[in-house]
Design a protein around this ligand. Structure first.
Ligand SMILES: Cc1cc2nc3c(=O)[nH]c(=O)nc-3n(C[C@H](O)[C@H](O)[C@H](O)COP(=O)(O)OP(=O)(O)OC[C@H]3O[C@@H](n4cnc5c(N)ncnc54)[C@H](O)[C@@H]3O)c2cc1C
Length: 435
């Protein structure tokens, strides 16, 4: 059998940061009590919590690529407290949505604790986000979302077109909702910093793909230059769990893409409203997310599609960039002269019924992941809770995570490709000016 591959490219948020020396790959044969596979937000939180719970043990953390090259380092950088619940207000869903927000809030609290205790250098800005609508479908969504925020007691402010323009420098949005809790972050900086401030009893190996997992007691992990026998293994591999034989027909990868402008001049930034930095999430599920970043760039992401669970090639990114460009100029005609510096893509784990994965998969093997585009806070909470659950612990957070609905079956290709194409078309239906 051909071993699984873990390709990457130099088109992410990590490329905006100074170079970092990765931790050396795993070599030789090892015996450990615990191993965590995958060093995104889920794996980093899981490894930290295991280390706290088992201070006498060494926890091995294995990352196939370099830290910052997975979805956790390539997302749009919104660490949410309150999820955007779509489809109009339904009182019957308030209880379930409260459960999701409790998990988000737990993850946001854990991240804040790390950022402040270890003074992580990751452009953390905890002033919430703006959810906005430019077209009819999204305007209808605004109403339902605001009712959920009321019902869930999430502090927020309703904004008109002028107030949105005053804050963000564009008259594009007809309505906005400022959700007060939530943090913006440089995603690659966040995971690199988390990785570089792990407890002393976590040993991280980068460029160390686990190519085969044999469940049992102990679990055997095979890597290109070594093996591990571990009493317990936590998989934090997101949509790539299928490469190790888990959940291949339940979780798939959706490829998203966005672009960054060059750094704006002071005058250009001054044309972008009164806030020093901001993030706008579209109220249309297929709409753009737009940020003014701390280093003075506009970052805009507005494509999401099924692309075989892999990143875009350079040529494919160039094609998507034309879509980013049109959205950018529609919002910021005053910045038409500003070029994009580069584009990025990232792959996120999705399930057919938008659920998340948490729990035991085989003897001594547990998995958490698949956050459908909203995993910075939630993945942190899931990783933390998975470590406690695998260690035999109980908590309200574990109960909330375990209550995730079972995932629907995803058929294999080519039916998967046809189904995915249809799902994506549905997602973008009515996106109009919110694209
Ligand atoms: C473009 C984009 C924008 C997004 N925007 C947001 C946003 O603004 N806010 C938000 O909350 N969420 C957002 N998301 C989703 C969010 O990034 C993810 O939900 C979250 O990062 C998932 O974290 P994770 O640790 O579970 O998975 P990942 O970050 O994917 O980490 C899994 C890691 O496991 C490694 N791995 C896989 N298999 C193996 C193996 N066999 N051996 C060793 N290592 C392995 C991978 O290399 C990877 O680094 C976005 C996603 C994308 C792609």
């Amino acid at each position: 059998m051909t071993p699984p591959r873990f390709p990457t490219d130099p088109h992410g948020w990590a490329e905006l940061l100074a170079e970092r020396t990765p931790r050396p790959p795993l070599k030789g044969n090892h015996r450990a009590k615990w191993a965590v596979v995958g060093a995104g937000v889920t794996g980093l939180a899981a490894a930290r919590r295991l280390a706290e719970l088992h201070p006498e043990e060494t926890v091995l953390l294995l990352e196939a690529r370099q830290v910052g090259q997975g979805a956790s380092g390539r997302n749009s950088g919104y660490a949410v407290h309150a999820s955007h619940f779509t489809g109009g207000f339904d009182p019957a869903k308030v209880k379930e949505n409260a459960r999701i927000n409790r998990i988000n809030a737990a993850g946001l609290d854990l991240l804040r604790e790390r950022v402040t205790s270890d003074t992580l250098d990751c452009q953390w800005d905890e002033n919430g986000f703006h959810h906005a609508a430019a077209d009819e479908t999204a305007l209808r969504e605004a109403e339902g979302f605001a009712r959920y925020l009321d019902a869930l007691e999430v502090p927020h402010t309703l904004l008109g077109q002028d107030e949105m323009a005053e804050r963000t420098g564009t008259i594009h949005y007809k309505r906005g909702i400022h959700v007060h809790p939530g943090a913006l972050v440089q995603p690659a900086a966040l995971v690199r910093e988390l990785a570089d401030h792990l407890p002393a009893n976590v040993t991280l190996h980068e460029e160390s793909p686990v190519v085969r997992l044999v469940p049992g007691s102990p679990v055997r992990l095979e890597l290109p230059d070594g093996t591990i026998e571990a009493d317990g293994v936590l998989l934090a591999t997101n949509y790539e769990a299928g490469k190790l034989g888990f959940l291949g027909s339940r979780i798939a990868g959706s490829t998203l893409s966005g672009s960054f402008t060059r750094k704006l001049t002071q005058d250009e930034v001054a044309s972008l409203g009164t806030l020093k930095e901001w993030g706008v999430l579209s109220l249309h599920g297929g709409g753009a997310t737009v940020r003014l970043t701390r280093d003075g760039r506009i970052s805009l992401r507005n494509t999401a599609e099924y692309h075989g669970s892999i990143l875009f090639s350079e040529a494919e990114l160039r094609e998507r960039q034309a879509v980013h460009r049109a959205s950018f100029e529609m919002r910021f005609p005053q910045l038409k002269h500003v070029p994009f510096e580069f584009a990025w893509s990232g792959v996120e784990g999705i399930s057919r019924n938008q659920t998340n994965f948490f729990g035991r998969q085989a003897r001594n093997v547990w998995f958490a992941g698949g956050y459908n585009g909203s995993g910075v806070s939630r993945g942190t909470a899931f990783g933390h809770a998975l470590a406690e659950h695998a260690s035999g612990g109980q908590s309200a957070l574990i109960t909330d995570c375990l209550a995730s609905a079972p995932a629907s079956w995803i058929p294999p290709s080519p039916i998967r490709d046809i189904g995915a194409a249809w799902t994506v078309r549905q997602r973008f239906k009515g996106v109009g000016l919110d694209r």
